[in-house]
Design a protein around this ligand. Sequence first.
Ligand code: PHE
Ligand code: CO
Length: 302
Amino acid sequence: MEGFDAYAGAVSHDEFFKTLAEKSDGGKLRGDYSCADAQYVVQQDMSLYTPEQQALWRRLYERQARLLQGRACDLFIESLAALDASSEIPNFDKTSDALEKATGWRLVAVPGLVPDQTFFEHLASRRFPVTVWLREPHEFDYIVEPDVFHDFFGHVPLLFNPIVADYLQQYGQGGLKALKLGGLKNLARLYWYTIEFGLVESPQGLRVYGAGILSSGGEIEYCLSSKSPRRIGFSTERVMRTLYKIDSYQESYFVIRDFQQLFDETAPDFTPVYERLSKLEDYPANTLLPGEVDLAANLGSN
Ligand code: PHE
Ligand code: CO
């Protein structure tokens, strides 16, 4: 555990585990943190994945890949195909070599969730933390903590896009700043409603780019064609004021025109934004403000 001492003062290790224990049921942590270094990085030992786990990966991949056409954005579908990850749990080092050539990012293996500061430091250095372990068969449809399927399948393809790659690095830098300014909860909502649950316009209609949706068997259809949630045009401060659901499908999704819009609108200094938002009330997750419309309101009868 010696590596963790490097974090004394910055992130309290005990505090981190306490928060995590509260988040996961029974206070048990899924990952093995005993071999993690000061940045919570571990080795990905390919030989530890069992044939059963490899088969589960293939089943997860197949089910999800079948749902992408007409729902995921083209960039995601193209990059995922190039990753060639359908037949086994991918080797992060191999993927990193390709990714580094494309956008200068690398993947690092982690035991599971990491402290906010550590997460931001990785992103700011163009390193994306990917959980090493795979869910159990009974979690095929739903898992509470992110596993390797969510992290890899959902997040890695878009890291090949230069604008998303830059956005995420800026987000990491912004996160370190937000920790000092007390803006964490507002900034976290931005990640949630973009990187995890974002929708994007396309000439053919709305498409998904958020990893939380792309790795979900049910929400990928729900977010586009259910009448129940709202799909609202993206605006930075609107998103930063909006609460989100962690244990059900989202009640609101935010739609960007393209990744350049996302990058440009989040580029300004958030210092005055945090200041302003600290005096305003949060919006419930199902808010529709005056003037806002559901961008999928012309849906059929489902
Ligand atoms: N512009 C933000 C800030 O000043 C940083 C940021 C960039 C946040 C991109 C999110 C996404 O804090
Ligand atoms: Co995620």
